[in-house]
Design a protein around this ligand. Sequence first.
Ligand code: 3NM
Ligand code: MG
Length: 503
Amino acid sequence: MDKSKVDYSVYLVTDSTPAILGTKDLVRVVEAAVRGGVSIVQYRDKHSDRQTAVQTARKLLEVTRRFGVPLLVNDRVDVAVEVGCEGVHIGQDDMAYEEARKLLGPDKIIGVTASSVDEALAACKAGADYLGLGTVYATPTKKDTKSIIGPSGIRSILQALSSAGHASIPTVCIGGINARNATAVLLESSAAPQKSLDGIAVVSALVAADDPAAAARDLLAKVVTGRVPDVLRAVAEATPLSHNMTNLVVQNFAANVALAVGASPIMANYAEEAADLAKLGGALVINMGTVTPDGLKNHIQAIQAYNAAGGPVVLDPVGAGATSIRRSAVQTLLSSGKFTIIKGNEREIHTISNTSSAIVQRGVDSSSTLSIPQRAALAKSVSRSTGGGAVVVLTGKTDIVSDGVRTLRIDNGHEYLGRVTGTGCTLGTTLSAMVAAFRGKKSPLVAAVAGLVMFEIAAERAGVRDDVRGPGTFVPAFLDELSALREETVRGDVKWLAGAKVE
Ligand code: 3NM
Ligand code: MG
């Protein structure tokens, strides 16, 4: 496992004591929680003898490997070495970092707990791969915690890390975090724009839950919501290039949306330019809305140029099911390279899924025939079928975002989005800006949700404006609201996020 690619969004710390685990089986709890959205697991067991700890760690490792998430062991470095898991987490009173590193080697993950600026800076200097910051709130789970520092204490540490040149070290916070306070803790502890938390770590919110899978889904939704401002600020800060190879209908609208969300658009359909553009740190949008044989060749060449440069690619298979030419074009594109995001309506995503064509697409319009759980299953299976783990964004009244393991629903938006041409295409452009700017954070799922939430809340705000009387007046108001959301967020005013409906 490449430790630079770890997603710290929802970090599960286990507890095997009856007070928290109850009579449940720990391995099953962890499996359910990982299925629900946990992105990293720490086996923390202060009481079991060594043999039991090794046995349990082995069973947990079997589960976490199946889902591709890292397993760390708390404190007991020897157990981590014996089972060969991805690393350890050490507290201030545990083995020294240097000693742990000697035993584990350079490739394993070592996380360190820090409760103060000094501890955090020392851990960074020593070489820690991430920090666990706390204790946020007093918690019955760990009664011997030293200092309760709250979100403001976390913010001071984040600020100090950033000032000392450690802005890129991943951080999570711990202590009394649950689905009710997770979004607020992320927002309040953020030392924006310099540094925010990458996720939250919990014990009882998952281990004590009756339904750990549902609890993990809930936490994931709240964490992703709390990270939306980070994504938007990253875009504002980077002004990433959004390289659009898009259709004739939406060039101007897409370029204006790119500007409004904080990206720098270039509408360049000639693939010979792609190798140069791919080096600029932006993302490519492939929109097959007006597909031609020449266009298809250009698309393939550009996808390969961005893949070679490690740049994100968003695929928008407009009208994919409408004609046999488009059905074959989309398969050609899919087999020509890797995609970071595949965005489409139900029919387009259904076409990609290659399953029996129960849905026949007319034109390029969108309409929905599947239930929400069916749509979620479709998005998940298409994400899995892409091998490279593309995030699938299935748009509709309720949007679905899935990375093949974690699947979220977004219930924002306005009916005018469906009455103006090109809104779907400009969403693709928006998503490209988000993944380009947030790529260092290794979470295209978070970036995709952020893009959707911004886009759809801007539409809601535009849709209710007095000066908006229909789809015509909606378009300029929508551009204004996108731009206003960006400005508010950069200023630190994120009240608008209270309207986000992420589940
Ligand atoms: N470490 P819960 S607090 C394991 O402050 C642990 O370092 C802490 O449990 C620290 O999510 C804690 O149930 C327990 O509140 C957190
Ligand atoms: Mg410890």
